[in-house]
Design a protein around this ligand. Structure first.
Ligand SMILES: Cc1cc2nc3c(=O)[nH]c(=O)nc-3n(C[C@H](O)[C@H](O)[C@H](O)COP(=O)(O)O)c2cc1C
Length: 402
């Protein structure tokens, strides 16, 4: 049975942590609550005790049965979630302070950590809090929220704790995948490349980068060292990921070839242009006096093919195919010509999925011809499912090499 340690700090949203605990318990998860001394002024430990069925820990020193409570809880936890997380707790975490049971447990744990900040808008916007949150994100800590809305202090703005169900979903996402990619180095490509023909114009495609970013985020959460080579997108970079920004197919090729030899897994989710303008005009091409503009295109390098030719032993390579029309036939013919371990094919014309959408439905085709058709689901869920498959392949590769 999974164990979640729920840290509760002295924010006005502490009462909502009871609902977080209740929802986790209803999923069959063991929940152990640590409250800060000050949180006890806002909500009573007995409430958490009743909801979780477990004693609530507050002090570093008050449990004769477990003299090193911070270590035992840190080890027991599959995930530690702090909801609400006060500005004070975030500052302590960012600086590695350990002056009470919760902060000491957070320093001692190797489990993934989720924090749900909640505070007055001015406290949230303060450069100190923003700097602390940036540091925590860089360390791979997952920050959920806060949201905008009416705050308990009477102001309106950013600072409201996310809804309990959103916090619980983040915890469940960690529990589902565990740290199955710990120690693995992965490269993910994302976004649609831009092929310029003058300083202001380019030939592009409609890829939003959402699928690649979701893949990078899930892999990072599951313990992998993630390098994300991304063509331009409007997305926030995922936490704890090494983001390398590129623009053209050629730049993407260079970065992929530089990084690939060190990687255990390469997932090519980017929409790389197949064609690029033959010429680049240093000056903006004038429209005056020209009824037509003819741009000749030439083929770009086939990055996936080059990767496959240089593949190192045991490396797993995953390709993506954005198709229109008969998916099965096109995917099978592509996997016959490109010997990837897994091809993720999707029909980009299907309503509700594909480019720009938050959802996707895919046909997974494996090297041995096996196929798996997924339901229409959020891109993050599809990313989790793809990593489950890759982890299985990595497991069998490890077994055969040992
Ligand atoms: C009624 C009340 C509500 C508070 N709400 C918040 C809050 O939502 N977020 C926050 O960062 N601090 C809030 N504070 C201030 C914290 O309680 C204070 O910074 C405290 O030192 C945090 O302690 P802790 O992080 O050890 O729990 C509140 C204080 C009071 C009296």
């Amino acid at each position: 049975m999974s164990c979640v340690v729920l840290g509760v700090t002295a924010g006005i949203a502490a009462y909502k942590a009871v609902e977080v605990a209740r929802q986790l318990v209803s999923k069959g998860i063991t929940v152990k609550v640590i409250m800060t001394e000050k949180a006890r002024h806002l909500v009573g430990p007995s409430t958490f005790r009743a909801v979780t069925g477990n004693p609530v820990a507050v002090s570093l020193f008050d449990d004769p049965g477990s003299p090193m409570k911070h270590i035992s809880l840190a080890r027991e936890a599959d995930v530690v979630v702090v909801a609400p997380a006060t500005a004070n707790l975030l500052a302590k975490m960012a600086h590695g302070l350990a002056d009470d049971l919760l902060s000491t447990t957070l320093l001692a744990t190797r489990a993934p950590v989720v924090v749900a900040p909640a505070m007055n808008a001015a406290m949230y916007r303060h450069p100190a809090t923003q700097e602390n949150l940036r540091k925590l994100r860089e360390r791979g800590i997952m920050v959920v929220g806060p949201e905008e809305g009416f705050l308990a202090c009477g102001e309106e703005g950013e600072g409201r704790m996310s809804e309990p169900s959103r916090i619980v979903d983040a915890v469940l996402a960690f529990l589902r995948g565990g740290r199955q990619l710990e120690g693995k180095r992965v490269l993910v490509t994302a976004g649609g490349t831009r092929e310029p023909f003058d300083p202001v114009r380019y030939v592009g495609n409609r890829s939003s980068g959402k699928m690649g970013f979701a893949l990078a985020e899930v892999a990072s959460r599951r313990g992998a060292e993630v390098h994300l080579v991304s063509a331009p997108t409007a997305l926030e970079p995922p936490q704890g990921v090494d983001l390398i920004k590129v623009e053209t197919a050629e730049q993407m090729r260079e970065e992929v070839m530089r990084l690939a030899p060190e990687m255990d897994v390469v997932v090519m989710a980017a929409a790389v242009a197949d064609y690029t303008p033959e010429r680049f005009s240093v000056e903006k091409i004038k429209k005056e006096g020209q009824e037509e503009l003819v741009i000749r295109l030439r083929r770009t390098p086939d990055i996936l093919q080059e990767l496959l030719e240089r593949r190192r032993g045991g490396q797993i390579i995953v390709g993506f195919a954005a198709e229109t029309g008969d998916l099965k036939e096109k995917a099978l013919s592509k996997i016959r010509s490109k010997k990837v371990d897994l091809l993720v094919a999707n029909d980009v014309t299907r309503p509700g999925c594909g480019f720009g959408s938050d959802h996707n439905q895919a046909l997974l085709v494996f090297r041995d011809g096996r196929m798996r058709e997924t339901d229409l689901m959020p891109k993050e869920d599809l990313a989790a499912l793809i990593w489950d498959e890759i982890a299985r392949m990595l497991g069998s590769a490890d077994d055969s090499s040992s």
